[in-house]
Design a protein around this ligand. Structure first.
Ligand code: NAD
Ligand code: GLY
Length: 376
């Protein structure tokens, strides 16, 4: 049964757009897109995993609404978030003479969303794009706010553009096919909003995690709405990350280093962010910023979600080197987002290398082999 659709607006003047959240709503995408894009042709960008599961209702709805649809099916995985894969999108658009008003539609997780958005930003100097995120992580974070891009071997998401979608449609039914490990990784970003912005959200998670993980649809929609509302509010305040938006990177400085050191194929993004947030909380405690009992609650909730809380074992120098390639480095100094307490975070860029070394060493798995315990 289709549920009532919850709607949110990301208010960015001429670049404003709606986020639609509901269950069993994919069959409405055609009509919804008609009201926000002009072109007649839609390139649906998806991958070899998601397309067989979810392309059919999307394509049918678009065709019933009068669009001519061509799918672009990419290989699956973070390791393919690169120039070669991007080129496949451009090859298709150019060979098929896609015009400026013809939209791209991203159907998939954050990897597909980020690449499709970047292709849309570049093709003919900018064409409309729409997001249908199909992972929890992409539904609460990656599909909203207009960060698009690809990875470079030396660092994550280093090549990209701020480019807002015209519409985001979130259908929680797509999550029924998502593997458990991926779903849990998405909870890292949900917990992130609680730590960085919304103490009540954090407490709701502490109290009702069991119900949420068991798949309570009403609660899940409520949670998605709350996360998207926080993201929309922050992006509205600071679209291009000149201030408050940096807070959304809580856990990412350490997290991106993990992803880079493990070659983007051993740790999921959400898992890396989870261990990164715990490490950031340790760092904050070490400098007397965050009370230990608050950090312990963060650690406990992340652990209850089955997410990693320790960094994989690499030499500390490798971490320090990887962290200097982070986008948040400014004036050569690494910027850290640190929790002061649950619901409030700040940015610090004045931390000594000695302190970082000690924090990294203290929160590293003892094993000599990098491993995501329990996930292999
Ligand atoms: P992902 O896109 O790799 O998806 C995870 C896996 O789940 C993939 O194998 C995918 O094919 C599969 N999948 C997706 N939907 C499915 C479904 N409904 N059923 C079954 N399988 C499904 O990873 P992700 O966690 O969604 O996103 C991570 C990416 O997002 C990273 O590249 C990260 O940098 C990026 N990101 C971007 C932003 C942003 O603001 N743009 C924010 C956070 C993360
Ligand atoms: N995911 C961080 C941001 O969108 O700014």
């Amino acid at each position: 049964m289709p549920s009532a659709i919850q709607t949110l607006t990301v208010d960015l003047g001429p670049r404003s757009y709606e986020i639609l959240i509901g269950a069993s709503i994919l069959d409405q995408i055609g009509q919804r897109m008609k009201s926000c894009v002009r072109g007649q042709r839609v390139a649906v960008v998806s991958n070899t995993t998601v397309a067989p599961l979810h392309l059919h209702p999307v394509q049918t709805s678009l065709e019933e609404a009068g669009f001519f649809v061509t799918p672009i099916i990419l290989p699956d995985g973070e390791i393919h978030k690169n120039w070669n894969t991007l080129q496949q999108i451009f090859d298709h658009l150019i060979a098929n003479r896609f015009e400026r008003a013809d939209p791209l539609l991203a159907l998939g997780g954050g990897v597909i969303g980020d690449m499709t958005g970047f292709a849309a930003a570049c093709h003919l100097r900018g064409v409309p794009f729409v997001q249908i995120p199909t992972t929890l992580l992409a539904q609460v974070d990656a599909s909203v706010g207009g960060k698009t891009g690809i990875n470079h071997p030396l660092g994550k998401n280093l090549i990209g553009a701020f480019y807002q979608p015209s519409l985001v449609m979130i259908d929680i039914d797509t999550l029924t096919t998502l593997p458990l490990r991926e779903r849990l990784a998405g909870f890292a970003e949900v917990i992130k909003y609680g730590i960085l912005w919304d103490r009540e959200l954090f407490m709701l998670l502490e109290e009702r995690l069991g119900e949420i993980l068991a798949g309570n649809a009403e609660l899940l929609i409520q949670l998605l709405h709350r996360c998207c509302a926080i993201k929309a509010a922050i992006v509205t305040m600071d679209e291009r990350e000149e201030g408050k938006r940096a807070l959304l990177n809580l856990g990412h400085t350490f997290g991106h280093a993990i992803e880079s050191l493990t070659g983007y194929d051993r740790w999921l993004h959400g898992e890396a962010v989870a261990a990164g947030m715990v490490t950031a909380a340790h760092l904050a405690t070490r400098i007397g910023l965050c009370p230990p009992e608050e950090a312990a609650r963060m650690h406990a909730l992340i652990q209850r979600c089955g997410l990693p809380t320790q960094l994989p074992n690499f030499p500390v120098d490798h971490y320090l080197e990887a962290m200097t390639h982070d986008k948040k480095v400014s004036g050569g100094r690494i910027r850290f987002i640190l929790p002061e307490r649950i619901g409030h975070t700040i940015v610090r860029s004045d931390l000594s290398t000695q302190l970082l070394r000690a924090t990294l060493e203290a929160n590293m798995e003892p094993s000599a082999q990098p491993t995501t315990k329990g996930y292999s």
